[in-house]
Design a protein around this ligand. Structure first.
Ligand code: FES
Ligand code: FES
Length: 157
């Protein structure tokens, strides 16, 4: 066992974990944060994407011990964030959610796009989304939502 201390959604958590435990399993099984989804579990689909020190990361291929000292934000941890509220509203308006399995990871990547690339056009949004797979929507609604959110955040700032 190895001790790891992680800030999870603003709360400091210290735990003894197996060195091979993934951050996704740590979040889901030890912290009960099951909004972080897993699917491929080898870094391909993006379902498990969370924010690690402010950048999107795949929690299935990040070890919990590697997140020692880091700040993690999961889909449960965006309360009070105006940009995420705008993105969520845009996902609703654009019908960007069907089964919802990819959505927590999509929202993390969307947040990164909206905050880092305020001039992103549809092609750039698609490129940035290439690490997040969705089996339902055909992506058009998701790209629409991110485009809307970029515009809405600009209007609001
Ligand atoms: S579950 Fe992590 S990338 Fe697919
Ligand atoms: S909405 Fe079902 S996988 Fe994306």
């Amino acid at each position: 066992m190895t001790s790891t201390t992680i800030s999870v959604n603003g709360r400091t958590v210290t735990a003894d974990v197996e060195p091979r435990l993934s951050l996704a399993d740590f979040l889901r099984e030890r912290e009960g944060l099951t909004g972080t989804h897993t699917a491929c579990e080898h870094g391909v689909c993006g379902a498990c994407t969370i924010m690690l020190d402010g950048r999107p990361a795949r929690s299935c291929i990040t070890l919990a011990v590697a997140a020692h000292g880091a700040e993690v934000r999961t889909v449960e941890g965006w309360g009070g964030d105006d940009v995420m509220a705008t993105i969520r509203e845009a996902f609703k308006r654009a019908h960007a959610v069907q089964c919802g399995y990819c959505t927590p990871g999509m929202l993390a990547t969307a947040y990164d796009i909206v905050t880092r690339l305020p001039d992103a056009d549809r092609d750039r949004i698609r490129l940035e989304l290439s690490g997040n797979l969705c089996r339902c929507t055909g992506y058009i609604g998701i790209v629409d939502a991110i485009e809307m959110a970029i515009a809405d955040v600009k209007v609001g700032s």
